[in-house]
Structure formats: C-alpha cells, structure tokens
Design a protein around this ligand. Structure first.
Ligand SMILES: [Zn+2]
Ligand SMILES: [Zn+2]
Length: 162
C-alpha cells in the first residue's frame, strides 16, 4: 500500500520507520511481514476473547438461565442437539456459535417462563392481565389512563372468545 508519508514507529515491532520507507496500510509497518504478524496477533486475541465468552456462557450464564427456565431434561437435550446439529449434547464440545444458539434458546425460554408465572399469579388473584390490577396506567395518557380490558376495575373480566 505504499510507503510512509511521515516517519513513524512500526505498529507491530515499534522500530523506527523513516519517511518514504516501510510499508503503510492504515498504520505504519516496517514491511509486510510485520503487518502479517500484527494480523496474526489480532486474530489470536479475538479468538482468546471468544473462548473466554464461551466459557462464561457454559459455566455461568447457561446454568443460571436453565434454573429459571426449569426445562425438562428431554427438552434441554433437544435444544443441545439442535444447536450442534445432532453432534453432541456436551456444551464443552460445541463451538462458540453453537453455544450461542443454546444460550439464546434457553434465555428465551426462561423469559417466557417468567412471563407465564407472572400471568398465572395475576390470574389466580383474579386481577386484570392487562393492567395487573391497577385499572389504569400513566403510559395510557393518550386514551384516558383507564384500562380498557377491565374498564378500570382492575379485575379480570370473563374471557371473550372471538
Ligand atoms: Zn516492524
Ligand atoms: Zn385492566
């Protein structure tokens, strides 16, 4: 990509590169070998970070989401097999992308579970599912604050089937 317009230190080995010499590609290098070496270091660093993330997912976040999702073992196994396209159910044997699929699925299910628990609790209290029993909400200012699902009573109305 041409030589240096200005003298600078090599981005990789930090040796002085005179003006008009060296190899320039966004930053200054002594030569292409130094640029290649810098790319290798950067790729290795990216890979190291990815592996660190993968380990955190496996050891910390997936177990934590699993606890919340409370999945049946067979369901979890299906998720593992789907993520690894049938290769393994061992997270440690999965690639970064495969483990990412697992954590996405398990966290989605945990969130769905939390929502259901909340709805069930409201239902058993006889509370309106839309407003949670408040009958109104500030965020409905445009439509007059009152919950249309319960007409402001906060109580669950008999389900209307369409
Ligand atoms: Zn260099
Ligand atoms: Zn309501």
């Amino acid at each position: 990509m041409g030589a240096n317009f200005e003298s600078a230190d090599c981005f990789f080995c930090h040796k002085y590169v005179a003006r008009g010499a060296g190899h320039w590609n966004s930053v200054t290098y002594c030569n292409e070998a130094c640029e290649d070496a810098a790319l290798v270091v950067r790729a290795a660093e990216a890979q190291r970070l990815q592996e660190e993330t993968r380990q955190q997912w496996i050891n910390k976040w997936i177990p934590s989401w699993l606890e919340e999702a409370n999945l049946k073992p067979a369901t979890y196994e299906k998720i593992l097999l789907k993520a690894s396209t049938g290769r393994t159910i061992d997270l440690n044997e999965m690639t970064y992308v495969e483990v990412e699929k697992v954590i996405n699925e398990v966290s989605d299910r945990a969130r769905a579970k939390q929502k259901k628990i909340k709805r069930d609790a409201l239902k058993s209290d006889g509370k309106c599912l839309r407003c949670g029993g408040a009958g109104r909400a500030d965020k409905w200012a445009q439509t007059g604050h009152t919950c249309y699902a319960c007409n402001g009573t906060g109580k669950a109305q008999p389900a209307v089937k369409f």
